[in-house]
Design a binder for this molecule. Sequence first.
Ligand code: SF4
Length: 332
Amino acid sequence: MFEKIFIEKDIKDNTYTKKVLTHFKDTPIQYLDKVEDVWGRVKKPYLQKRTSLNLFIGKKMGELVKEAPDAYGMGEQKHYYFIHAYNCIYECQYCYLQGYFNSPDIVLFINHDEIIQQMQKKVDMNPDSWFHAGEFSDSLALSHITDEWSEYWDFFKKNKQAKLELRTKSVNIKSIINLEPLENVFVSFTLAGFEEGKKFDLKTPSVKARLKTIEKLVNKGFKIGIHFDPIIYTESTIESYNEIIGFIAKLIPKEKLGYISIGVVRFTKDVYREVERNYSDSSMLHQNFIKSFDGKVRYSTPMRMWILNTVKDICIKNNIDENVIYLCMEND
Ligand code: SF4
């Protein structure tokens, strides 16, 4: 899976480091002082991840828990995301990581204790804060090798008002399926229509497989969140969302569905340039994007509003409580 593993010298005996290494007994290892000494120093083209991917294990310094932008999550509470990894083994065509970092190599940070300490400080000020995992990576895709979630579970068991969201497209639930389902922990899946998933979410588990995983988690008593984001407009978008929302409404009982976010595809200028380079023949690009109020490349406001409201209406028609639906990153 990885060509080489780079490990910061100071953490070579850390329990998480050792746990990760048990999965890669034959992979060459190189020790370094800091991940940043090598990772991202020279531009590595994003699509090299297909043929040559390295793993870095290190300790994240500085601010580990950051305030999330407006409209990041539901409700008026404070929302934070925390950084425990960079980059992803999947390859969604719209992924913003392709224009964000200089390298697609995966970085795993092992100082979860320090992330949790910083969370505690936020919770001491605002007990009902939300914490989101998966801003710079998929929160479950590699969780069988990192196995950190039980440590976070302990924190959220103690801090019942605080909430955790694990954002994912993965079906890799080995590390959480035997943990106690908590009322304040949500496993949230990004979904699209079946066809759109096939076209744009490359290398991820299929939408059908994600639905099966949701079913398993619901049966175990887990709370679920859904992100219909980013919606990419195709001729069959509305039909596709009718279908997938019908499945979701039947699959997730009301008391287990925490929230549904709805958002439309959008790119920063840099990410859009990368998408054009990496997926030049993608049908996603054959659309009328404009440069929007915040410098992002997206559909025009009337089109965005039409898509968002149409998908929201489909949810409501399927008896999904309007109060659990929020529109993502659309505060103009
Ligand atoms: S799953 Fe998320 S992080 Fe991974 S490639 Fe897709 S959009 Fe990017």
